[in-house]
Each structure stands twice: as C-alpha cells, then as structure tokens.
Design a protein around this ligand. Sequence first.
Ligand code: NAD
Length: 490
Amino acid sequence: SKEKIALFTIFGGTGDLAKRKLYPSLYRLYKKGFLAEKFAVIGTARREWTDEYYRDIVMDSINGLAESYEHAAEFASHFYYQSHNVTDIEHYSTLKKLTETLDEKYQLEGNRLFYLAMSPNFFGIISQNLKDGLLLTDSGFNRLIIEKPFGHNYSSALELNEQIRASFAEDQIYRIDHYLGKEMVQNISAVRFANNMFESMWNNRYIDNIQITLSESLGVEERGGYYDTSGALRDMLQNHILQMVSLLAMEPPTRLHDKEIRAEKIKALQAVRLFKPEDVPHYLVRGQYGRSTVNGEHFEGYREELNVAPDSQTETFVAGKIMIDNFRWSGVPFYFRTGKRLAEKGTQIDIEFKNVPLNLFNDNSDEPLPPNVLTIYIQPTEGFSLELNTKKVGLGLETETLKLEQKHSAETTANSPEAYEKLILDCLNGDSTNFTHWDEVASSWKFVDIIRQAWDNETIDFPNYPSGSMGPIESDLLLTKDGFQWHWCP
Ligand code: NAD
C-alpha cells in the first residue's frame, strides 16, 4: 500500500503559507491515496479557533481541487485545532495530550511530522519545547520541516542550527527550498545523467558559460517591511540560485539517492570561489528598481513602496559571476541574475556551448557562428530547447539557427505535482534529496556574507534600473566584458 501514516503538527496553522500551500498539498496527497485513513493534522496558532471553524478554513483552502463536498469534508475531518503560544511551555502539555489521543484514534504508530510555518525567530524555541514537552516519540519517526529563511548570515544560521540540533538530529531536519520541489529543477539530473550527449560535454572543454535567470515582474507588493531587511542577495542567491548551481555543477553521484547526491552538491559548493572583499565589484552587480511608465502603466519605485525606507539601500536585483575552482569547471563562468519588477516573469537556465574552432560558413567576416544553447525552462512553463545551426535553404552557404523546443502543455503543467506536495511526500518517505543540508546552508552563507559585507561598506546611488527593464546596465556589462551576453533578452 502506498498509504503513509503520520500526525502532522503545523505551527502557524492560521497563516498564509498553510492556507495557500500546505492544505491544498495535503489534499492532493489524499486524493492520490498517499494519505488515507491513518493521518491527522493539528493546526496550531495563537488565535482561538474551534475544530469546526478550522475545518471550514481547510475546506475553503481546497475549494476548486475537491472531488466532491463529501470527499473534502471527509478529508477535513482529520484536522484538529489547538490554540497555542509557542513560547509557553505549559501549552505543550495540552498539545501532547491531543497528540496522544490522535495517535491512538488514527493508529499513527507514533509517526510525527512537525511543520514550522511561521517566523524563523521561533524555530529554536519550538524545537526545544517539543523536546522538553516530551512531544518526540520513541516508537515512530520525528521529522521537522522548516521554512526559509534559515538565518540572515552565517553566524545567525549557525546559532539557529545549534538550537534546532539540540532537539533534532540532522537527518530529522528537512529544510525547505521550494525550488527543489519543482519538476524541472529535479529534471536537471535527468538532462545530465540520462543523456550521454550532454553528460560527455558537461565540462569546461565544451561549455563556455552557464546563465541562470530568476526574473520576477512584480515588485515587493505588501511584503516591503520584510523585504527591506532582506534584499535579493539573501532572499534568492543564498538558497535557490546556489542550489541550482550545485545541481548543475556537481559530479555524477554513484546513485540518485539523497546521501550520494548531497555529498556531490556539497563538494560543488565547497569549490565555489570565495571572493576577496575587493573583488566583489568585479563579480557582483546590485540594483534597485525606480519608477517608470511601461505601456501607459505607471509603476512606483522601490523606495515609494509601503514600509520601505525612502533612502533604502536594499537591493531588489542582483547579478553575478560564480567561478567553480575544480577540474570540471575551471574557467567557466556561472552567471546569474534575479530581481523584482523585471520585464518578464520566468526562471530559466541557459547553457552555452563552445563554438566550433572555425566558422566555414561566412567568407566575408570574422563573425563566429551563434553558439549551441541548451535551455531549461523552469517556470512559468516547464520545458527545454536546443539551438543548433543549420543551413538556410537556398544557393549560398548561409546558416540559420534552428530552435528545437519542447514545452509542457498547460494541461501537463496543471497535473504536475505542486512543489509542496512533492516535498511533503518526500519527507513522509524519509527522502531528503530535495531539502538543504546544514553543510550546504553553511557554504552558501559563507559565500554570501562576503558580498553582503562589501556592499554594506559602501552606499550606492539607487535606484539604478527602471521598472520593466532587465536590471541595471552593469548586469549586461558583466557578461560583455567576458565576450558574452545574456541569452534571454525579453
Ligand atoms: P503568516 O504571518 O501568514 O503566518 C504566521 C503564523 O504564525 C500565523 O498562523 C500566526 O498565528 C502564527 N504565530 C505567530 N506568532 C505565534 C506565537 N507566538 N505562537 C503561536 N503562533 C504564532 O506567515 P506565512 O506567510 O505563512 O509564513 C510562514 C513561514 O513560511 C515563514 O518562515 C516564511 O518565511 C515562510 N514562507 C512563506 C511563504 C508564503 O508564500 N507565505 C513562502 C515561502 C516561505
């Protein structure tokens, strides 16, 4: 049977993430039979809610997904609400009682999954209270899923990790990076390790450069208060981008299992060149969006957004060049850029192959042929494309670029599992492949901290890119000075 058996305790059960992502994902698993009779969910938060009210909220959150009202109600009947202040140790004894009652009622075999869907400020205290309040079992599994951000620099991440590790072992901790739940990110391994054509060329002899773009068209919306203390570097580079870099750069693992993959990812991250503070301006570009009018629509600048300081030095854009100092990648730049209020929303990876040694097709100029490019589209549409040079039909020897493209249909995309659904199922299976290990977190913070410190020592003239562009001009110069350009130019 594929049925998984567990009690989920969701801290922050009244929150946005729980409603938008967690309840719908649990329902999808229920629909597919991964959750059936033997599961229960305790939602906790400070508010005083009844079970009935909570179940209504859960039903609302799966509205549109549900097979029928009865099916949704049956699902929701597994949900229980417990008002709870996470800092109050007394409250954990009430929680323990409910946990034990449900464990028995649903025959949950002592399997416990704790999901911390609330501010990371509370991760340490919750972990400690779960242990001190005797909520961890000896009979089943104890697993902890935690949300980002994991610290705001290396030392705070280390401190947080030590707090959590006092109650949970590394292999019980599942640190979410929802990018790792995306189908196409997981597909990076398939592209590489299932196609000899690519794997044999996956190195500095054949690849010229790799470009990763995570572009958002929206601004900070109502998250200005949080974002202004974070910025693009911490919000995107430390986790999502470095995770993608490690998947692209790692050596082939001996098996596609969590321990083996993780070991290779960590080795790749440890080979990422750490910059000296004085090198930072040569490798990194930061930006902040300013006001502009695009197609008649007016956009405010970042500094005019709600809860953002009018002289904010927070970057809403970062681009950079990562170098990996190992045999496979020596000399190959991994460029990345990410930002808000850019021209188009989308995430894609472009892999540019080296040119043929000589262009035989152009007698009159030294123009090289366009490079072969493999593109992995991650969102909003998933798919691939491969650009090849072919002969133009006609008498001459002119070439043109042929783009072989496969993008998943809207239907396939709609039916593909949600990132959170996949990740929750992975956790139920005890598979940590798509979660971040502490060693990965540590390496990436060390890389990011150097950049942050260099930037904090120097004020910059913001804003420096208009809303609706692809970032500051320096982002383009970063590549042109190496003889490249961004492949994706919306
Ligand atoms: P939220 O503010 O909507 O919810 C926070 C929850 O914590 C609420 O249920 C609140 O009642 C509860 N809470 C706060 N203080 C408490 C206390 N002392 N005792 C008990 N409960 C308390 O936040 P959110 O957007 O759901 O985000 C939760 C976590 O998920 C954060 O770490 C966030 O960074 C992360 N995250 C959220 C999203 C998203 O889409 N919302 C995406 C990625 C990561």
